[in-house]
Design a protein around this ligand. Structure first.
Ligand code: BES
Ligand code: MN
Ligand code: MN
Length: 453
């Protein structure tokens, strides 16, 4: 890998320039007004695959945003690594909180700022740079397949169909993904587990129309008041979730494993300081890292109803709404949890209101086998470039396709992310450190090498 590393060092400026081009494309998957840009982004990814030297790069249409796939098959006797990433990004709003426009990338303080910088354009582009360098150096030790999709941020539903229809195309010995973060630049880590997700939307209806809140207030149910009470009752004074059966299938983590988790460097004071909060919060009896990594959670993502415009309008609204997500851990199942939520939420609604509960597409949790060949290769690769053995950590985010891949393609997913949890993904001023971008590019070739040995 010596020649590869040399080419990487010489190519750094060029890789950054290419990433900047990619970050300029506003590929917001959730918002159809960006559909042309999202399509343009898929085309950009396809031509990038061509220019780094992948064979038969192609755009595959789906019922949603397209999938882009390319490969480099050296020999059927060599192992095959499948790379997965996503070219779609989260909506950039609230725009007014960005210090520079989200789709006009800039480099400031050794970080690149743009929507998608860390999630996931900056991270999947590391592979393009690494693969290009390996090909140029003639140091490709295995077969490489690259799959970049456009719907991760909206749940990857159409990718599931694509995977089911293209098992042979996607067949592999390991799946490698950089779409998560490390503990810090001095404490490299590998994501050893992800949470699943059940995502609900609820509608509470009170009277058949908005009413004068003086004339009718206190004599008819206000759906916003009721919704707040119902949501408040979903957790108890220990911050445990009260939905009957919710914890039934939760795989408890052994004391040994918890002690192991507790060894990960974590400073509660700087955690609180970084977020400007006086005190941490969460389920009684668990540490912050445990709450984030191994315990299921429930959060309101949005709540609305009634008057929210300027000034005061006295009104008793007819309807109230909320979007509520539950992050799940092994062995919870997203459909089962969605069903439990629906049954419970309907049952706690007072007769004075009507409720409607719908489930959005969810995803299943994942855990990494730390004894697998893929994990060991990732660990060795990071050790080569960081000079330290990475620590395995479970994280609270979700990548719905991970467990789907494992179940349909029968291989392990390795989550070797290079971001930081301070990268502001999904937030204003998302950024990705240049250190992280380059370190990722340098580390990736070692993964291919060690996995192929
Ligand atoms: N890259 C994230 C997932 C992530 C972030 C994992 C941080 C671990 C640490 C991914 O793009 C994402 O945002 N996923 C969504 C899934 C959802 C839209 C179905 C999430 O976790 O909210
Ligand atoms: Mn992502
Ligand atoms: Mn994301």
């Amino acid at each position: 890998m010596e020649q590869t590393q040399k080419i990487i060092q010489e190519g750094k400026q060029q890789f950054l320039k290419e990433l900047i081009e990619l970050l300029k494309i506003p590929s917001v998957s959730a918002d159809s007004s960006y559909d042309n840009d999202t399509k343009r982004c898929a085309e950009w990814v396809k031509s990038a695959m061509d220019s780094i030297g992948l064979q038969s790069a192609k755009i595959y249409e789906t019922s949603g945003h397209p999938v882009v796939f390319g490969e480099l098959i050296k020999s059927t006797s060599l192992p095959t690594v499948l790379i997965y990433g996503h070219y779609d990004v989260q909506p950039p709003d609230p725009l007014e909180l960005w210090t520079s426009p989200p789709f006009e990338p800039i480099v400031k303080d050794e970080k690149i700022y743009a929507r998608g910088a860390a999630d996931d354009k900056g991270q999947f582009y590391m592979y393009f740079a690494a693969i290009k360098s390996m090909i140029e150096a003639d140091e490709v030790p295995c077969n490489i397949k690259v799959l970049i999709e456009g719907e991760e941020e909206v749940g990857s539903e159409n990718l599931e169909t694509f995977v089911l229809n293209n098992r042979d195309l996607l067949s592999n010995d390991v799946i490698l993904i950089s779409d998560t973060h490390m503990i810090s630049n001095d404490n490299p880590s590998i994501t050893a587990g992800l949470k699943g997700l059940a995502y609900m939307e609820v509608e509470v209806t009170g009277p058949n129309r908005d009413l004068h809140s003086g004339t009718f207030g206190g004599s008819v149910a206000n759906p916003v008041n009721i919704l707040c009470k119902m949501i408040a009752s979903l957790t108890n004074e220990k911050n445990q979730i009260t939905i009957p059966g919710f914890y039934d299938k939760v795989l408890e983590v052994s004391e040994e494993e918890k002690i192991e988790m507790g060894r990960a460097p974590f400073d509660l004071e700087s955690f609180k300081k970084g977020l400007d909060v006086q005190e941490e919060y969460g389920e009684l009896g668990f540490s912050t890292l445990e709450r984030q990594g191994i315990r299921p959670t429930l959060d309101v993502n949005g709540i609305w109803g009634g008057y929210t415009g300027e000034g005061a309008k006295t009104v008793l609204p007819s309807k109230a709404y909320a979007k509520i997500s539950m992050r799940l851990v092994p062995n919870q199942n997203s459909n089962e949890i969605a069903e439990l939520f629906k049954k419970h939420f309907e049952s706690i609604a007072p007769k004075s209101v009507k409720v409607k509960v719908i489930a959005h597409h969810g995803g299943e949790p994942a855990v990494t086998d730390l004894t697998s060949k893929g994990y060991k290769a990732a660990s060795k690769a990071m050790e080569s470039t960081f000079g330290k053995t990475p620590i395995p950590v479970r994280q609270g985010g979700s990548i719905p396709i991970v467990s789907f891949f494992e179940n349909t393609l029968n291989s392990n997913c390795i989550l070797m992310g290079f971001g930081l949890n301070s990268d502001a993904i999904h937030s204003p001023n998302e950024h990705f450190g240049l250190f992280n971008f380059y370190k990722g590019i340098e580390t990736i070739p070692y993964f291919f090498k060690y996995f192929s040995e």
